[in-house]
Design a protein around this ligand. Structure first.
Ligand code: HEC
Ligand code: HEC
Ligand code: HEC
Ligand code: HEC
Length: 287
């Protein structure tokens, strides 16, 4: 008996310490790699201006951490503390890349292969070949890359090449679709939390999302009009179905509340009735 109690206590202590140290690690945002030995970061952090700025921006970006370090994009050898030896030809170092290289940068090692692949098929890619824009960094930035939302682009991002009308219209469509997809994601989670069936909804949302990114990254020109139409239809029919499910859950919740209230009233009534009868009987009993 004491043995069992002891082992339960030990188990609790181990779980607690484990949980605390895990939380510590998460809280401190400790990188999972030895940053001190990454000399790209160490050396550039001690430099000035445009040579230091990438480190500061990168630290505030989604790439901060082991997966998106300097050498993932620029290549070179991060283990050598020497600017020449760190950047030999053999190590594949690329300094400031040609704009056209940026799509390849981002698609390296299977990183953003899907986005880069879509981009290469569309008319923006030959535009980059001609005049360097709009490459991935024109919309996403190079070192200060944030989680992608429709907020990273505005009319201005497009209007240097497209008419004001087209830019406004397209950016508005991207913003609205983005909002609809985010809202539906939240609603589908809610439906799931109420044990509703979400498999079909989730699959359709994933399809819509993929089509949306194809639109955002501009696939072949001939496809754009049909992609936009299909996306519009898909999103609005999915929205209707999600809303129906959410309101059904709302109604079931209401029914549940009404039932609980009735039960409480019923139990309360019976209790009062019993109490009254009991006190009456005691009164008559005494008489
Ligand atoms: C010992 C210091 C040091 C180390 C280590 C170092 N760099 Fe540099 N880096 C520099 C300096 C200084 C420059 C400015 C150019 C020059 O003086 O050669 C520079 C320039 C650059 C440039 C701009 C090149 C251009 O063409 O404009 C990039 C990109 C870069 N470094 C990336 C890296 C990466 C990636 C690593 C790690 C693989 C790295 N650096 C390691 C000191 C360093
Ligand atoms: C996600 C890919 C990516 C990562 C990670 C990355 N860079 Fe870059 N870097 C780029 C791109 C793209 C450019 C070219 C930007 C442009 O032309 O506007 C660039 C340009 C530079 C330049 C030249 C800047 C200039 O204006 O001349 C330096 C220096 C540099 N990077 C250093 C670094 C260092 C140091 C790190 C690590 C902290 C790093 N980069 C991480 C993609 C990256
Ligand atoms: C014309 C502007 C533009 C260009 C150019 C662009 N993107 Fe995007 N990208 C966006 C916008 C806007 C979003 C966010 C859409 C949303 O979620 O609302 C996005 C989303 C993404 C995402 C997240 C969605 C996903 O597919 O996982 C990735 C990754 C991405 N872009 C990578 C790239 C890469 C790589 C390139 C270059 C090959 C590129 N982008 C070029 C505007 C652009
Ligand atoms: C540096 C110039 C440039 C910038 C900036 C630019 N584009 Fe484009 N875009 C082009 C070119 C060139 C084409 C191909 C046009 C053609 O073939 O008629 C194109 C085609 C398109 C197409 C498909 C063609 C169509 O008419 O349906 C869409 C959609 C598009 N761009 C959206 C955008 C959006 C959204 C932005 C801003 C976030 C943007 N573009 C920024 C140059 C640019």
């Amino acid at each position: 008996m004491r043995g069992a109690l002891l082992s339960i206590l030990i188990l609790c202590a181990v779980t607690f310490v484990g949980a605390v140290s895990f939380a510590d690690e998460r809280e401190a945002g400790k990188p999972a790699y030895a940053e001190k030995k990454d000399f790209c970061i160490v050396c550039h952090e001690g430099l000035k201006g445009g040579l230091k700025r990438p480190v500061i921006e990168w630290r505030m970006s989604v790439h901060d951490g082991s997966a998106g370090r300097c050498n993932v994009c620029h290549r070179g050898d991060p283990g050598v503390n020497d600017k020449k030896l760190a950047k030999t030809k053999q190590s594949g170092f690329t300094g400031k890349p040609d704009k056209i290289l940026i799509a390849d940068f981002c698609g390296r090692d299977g990183c953003h292969a899907a986005a880069a692949g879509q981009f290469r098929l569309g008319p923006h890619y030959p535009s980059v070949l001609r005049n360097n824009h709009p490459n991935c960094a024109s919309c996403h930035g190079a070192h200060n890359i944030q989680r992608s939302t429709a907020g990273i682009i505005s009319e201005k991002t497009c209007s240097s090449c497209h008419t004001a009308d087209f830019s406004r219209n397209t950016v508005l469509f991207i913003r609205e679709t983005n909002r609809a997809i985010e809202d539906m994601g939240r609603d589908i989670k809610y439906i799931g939390s109420k044990h509703g069936d979400t498999l079909d909804l989730q699959n359709r949302l994933d399809t819509a999302r993929t089509r949306f990114y194809r639109f955002v990254h501009v696939s072949p020109k001939e496809e754009m009009e049909s992609t936009r139409k299909l996306l519009g239809v898909e999103v609005s029919s999915l929205e209707a179905d999600v809303k129906t499910k959410v309101s059904l859950i709302g109604r079931i919740d209401l029914l549940y509340i009404v039932m609980v209230v009735f039960q409480l009233i019923f139990i309360g009534g019976i209790s009062i009735y019993t109490l009254v009868m009991y006190s009456k009987r005691r009164k008559y009993g005494r008489d």
